[in-house]
Design a protein around this ligand. Structure first.
Ligand code: TXA
Ligand code: MG
Length: 318
């Protein structure tokens, strides 16, 4: 166990400092009632990309946006009376909704993993709520641990797992619930449980007065492309690992390439490329000048793994 100097007691003053780090594009680990989250400004794609880099995630999972006021959910998701009733009953608390997205801001694309859904919860923890309010933006946060390891329930767990990859760790003591939030998909007619967690299935069913369907996919272990990530597949055919543009191709470059229509990162920075990926794919798909798309090779290291995972799916031919 190491004693890190990036652990800060969650005093009002330190929360204000942590909020300034969020506003500047940094990463802040913070306590919630379930587990510690690794937070960034949801609208800052570069900061969101650095979450994936810090966690060492080999793919882009959609992330949960944490909000401090129930009503904020209406700003970027389609909500009906069923969702509002559930939020009234269980928020703040360990219940997360997958909702249809209405905010088309491309800055949100990476947090949403390019999906047309947005995933939201209001945590029941004073420190988390204060941090979100002081930051003035929703805070996107997966659990604050390395990919494939156990979720952290103390500040020290975060330090042990992520060390100096996080700018600030706010120490608010041990998490009360200790397991992650329950995730439900409320985009369709039936409510579907995607992950069991802090709110019991029975409590949801009793409140709703109906059965909740159970998804057979575990969102943490997507078994097949498109199972969890019902991916936004581009309408245009995509050729990957393309050294150069061929006739009839819209070319998305990476690094030092000439003659491209967009460049994910002219300097070859994988974090910048990840931040631009979804927005550029969207732009490329929206153009009508060329019938096909092509993309430069992306190095298979760091965030390149997640980028390649994503573009392989996009290039997959049925
Ligand atoms: O308690 C929690 O939920 C904690 C605290 C920090 O809020 N957060 C958390 O986030 O556990 P994370 O990223 O470690 O787990 C969220 C899971 C991921 O497996 C993600 O793939 C899945 O939820 N998920 C999020 N949005 C989804 C969506 N639109 N469709 C399917 N799965 C989704
Ligand atoms: Mg997790």
């Amino acid at each position: 166990m190491s004693v890190m100097n990036n652990i800060y007691q969650a005093t009002d003053e330190n929360i204000t400092y942590a909020a300034s780090v969020i506003k500047e594009g940094g990463l802040v680990a913070f306590p919630t009632e379930t587990v510690y989250g690794l937070g960034a400004n949801v609208y800052d794609a570069k900061a969101v990309a650095s979450i994936f880099a810090a966690k060492g995630r080999p793919s882009f999972n959609p992330l949960i946006s944490h909000i401090a006021e129930k009503d904020f959910v209406k700003e970027y998701a389609k909500v009906d009376s069923r969702v509002l009733a559930l939020a009234d009953k269980f928020w703040p608390g360990p219940l997360t909704f997958v909702l249809n997205r209405i905010d088309d801001n491309p800055a949100l694309d990476l947090a949403c993993a390019g999906l047309k859904t947005v995933t939201v919860r209001m945590p029941n923890h004073e420190v988390a709520l204060s941090l979100i309010k002081k930051s003035g933006v929703p805070i996107v946060a997966p659990s604050a641990n390395k990919s494939q390891t156990i979720s952290p329930t103390t500040a020290q767990h975060v330090a042990d797992s992520l060390g100096d990859k996080v700018d600030v760790i706010l120490d608010g003591g041990a998490c009360r619930v200790g397991v992650e939030s329950t995730i439900i998909d409320v985009t369709g007619k039936n409510v579907v449980l995607l992950r069991a967690g802090g709110i019991a299935l029975e409590d949801l069913e009793n409140f709703l007065g109906e059965k909740v369907l159970i998804s057979h996919g575990n969102p943490d272990l997507p078994t097949s492309p498109g199972q969890m990530l019902k991916h936004y597949a581009p309408a245009h055919e995509l050729r990957i690992n393309a050294a150069r543009r061929e006739n009839g191709e819209f070319f998305i470059g990476f690094g030092d390439v000439a003659d491209c229509d967009l460049n994910l990162s002219p300097s070859g920075d994988l974090c910048e490329a990840a931040a631009n990926l979804f927005a550029y794919m969207r732009l490329a798909d929206a153009q009508n000048k060329y019938p096909k798309l092509a993309m430069s090779p992306i190095p298979e290291k760091g965030l390149g793994l997640a980028i390649n995972d994503r573009i392989r799916r996009a290039a997959y031919k049925k």
